[in-house]
Design a protein around this ligand. Structure first.
Ligand SMILES: [Fe+2]
Ligand SMILES: [Fe+2]
Length: 391
């Protein structure tokens, strides 16, 4: 059973949470602490999967508490539940926070956020992945600018123009987004000269995904290694995302799934960035295995680390609260037949787009990749590969 710890100095609020979550008693074991000190004591005596804490508390506040949790119990998913006025503070101290929720929080949102966080702990049932994730120590946080864009999209007075403004304030981001949307990947008929125009032409979901992709990639600047080269990985990721969106349209997925296919395509290899940044020596060993055996990169990762970049990336997206369909699309992009999800899905699309894209790659590690033809023919699309390949 999953164990969740809730922390709030307002006893009424804690009681409210207890009432709100009564229905979850059979699925979650819940503990409630009236402050950070008590929370740390509880965590010291028992292992927990998720912590949900208030921001403003006397003594140690929510951010300091989560910093401490990050140091001492790195495998716990950390969620902050904060009042609107704390937003600035939370955004500044984003480091220790995996996800935020605003107070007052709708019961359903709270339940589904925690439930998603718990599915990540399931991915962690792979022992080797647990070891890797704990060696990685701290995973990158969800970029603050992305959180701001989401907030603007969701707020009642939010508008596409507002999203354009937010992006424009980050000059580096604005330049990168414009460079991208004007590149041949998107094939737009006219030149786009402002982020607001990019939002109008490509849609908010695509631009949102690009903001996230650009921010994640910009956090990493490591030496290139065959199979892990950052510059070619970025090109591969953008190409995969555009192709994924296209394939999702051809396979007639729902609009949200088409949007999410773009995002999953863009971020499907994020795990490579994390591995290269945090475990560079292991990556060198992995590349040696690829060179000597000619196997695909993910198989070499499996041999050396016992888990793959796909699982590491999926884990990250999971703790950031992305839907399960995206997380699975990333986790199983090399071996979709191993996923229990049925039917044509984001996973199908990412598997195809990634496969087509890697076939064009000059890298041996990527060329060796194969489609899971069994999986594709069960879905009735094994013989449609040629039509799906053409953008
Ligand atoms: Fe991959
Ligand atoms: Fe890939």
């Amino acid at each position: 059973m999953k164990k969740i710890l809730f922390v709030d100095d307002e006893i009424n609020l804690l009681d409210g949470l207890k009432r709100m979550l009564r229905g979850m008693r059979n699925e979650w074991q819940m503990a409630f602490a009236p402050g950070a000190r008590e929370a740390l004591e509880i965590l010291g005596n028992d292992s927990f999967d998720v912590i949900v804490t208030d921001m403003r508390m006397p003594g140690m506040d929510g951010c300091r508490l989560l910093n401490e949790v990050k140091e001492r119990f790195p495998n716990i998913v950390r969620i902050i539940l904060s009042g609107h006025s704390d937003k600035e503070e939370v955004l500044k101290s984003i480091g220790p926070v995996h996800q935020y929720l605003s107070k007052p929080c709708d019961a359903q949102v709270l339940k589904s956020t925690i439930a998603r966080a718990c599915t990540m702990q399931d991915l962690l049932e792979n022992d080797s992945l647990i070891k890797i994730v704990s060696r990685i120590e701290s995973l990158p946080s969800l970029p603050a600018l992305y959180a701001e864009v989401i907030e603007a999209v969701n707020s009642p007075d939010g508008s596409l123009a507002r999203v354009g403004e937010i992006i424009s304030q980050d000059l580096g981001m604005a330049a990168k987004i414009l460079q991208l949307v004007n590149s041949s990947f998107f094939g737009l008929p006219t030149h786009v000269s402002s982020p607001a125009r990019a939002v109008a032409m490509l849609g908010i979901e695509t631009v949102k995904a690009l903001v996230l992709g650009v921010k994640i990639f910009s956090q990493f600047s490591m030496p290139d290694l065959q199979g892990y080269s950052i510059a070619s990985l970025w090109n591969h990721s953008v190409a995969t995302s555009c192709l994924a969106k296209n394939i999702a349209e051809k396979l007639k997925l729902k609009q949200t799934e088409i949007n999410n296919s773009f995002l999953a395509g863009l971020l499907h290899d994020t795990g490579k960035l994390i591995l290269l940044d945090r475990l560079p020596t292991a990556c060198e060993e992995i590349v040696e295995v690829v060179i000597s055996s000619g196997c695909p990169l993910f198989e070499a990762e499996q041999k050396v680390l016992g888990a793959t970049h796909a699982q590491v990336g999926a884990y990250l997206l999971g703790i950031w609260g992305f839907p399960r369909s995206i997380v699975n699309g990333i986790a199983f992009h090399h071996c979709p037949g191993k996923c229990s999800d049925e039917g044509v899905s984001i996973l199908t699309v990412v598997h195809l787009a990634n496969g087509f894209e890697h076939k064009n790659s000059p890298d041996t590690a990527n060329k060796a990749l194969n489609f899971d033809l069994d999986y594709l023919s069960k879905l009735g699309i094994g013989d449609r590969l040629d039509t799906l390949r053409i953008p």
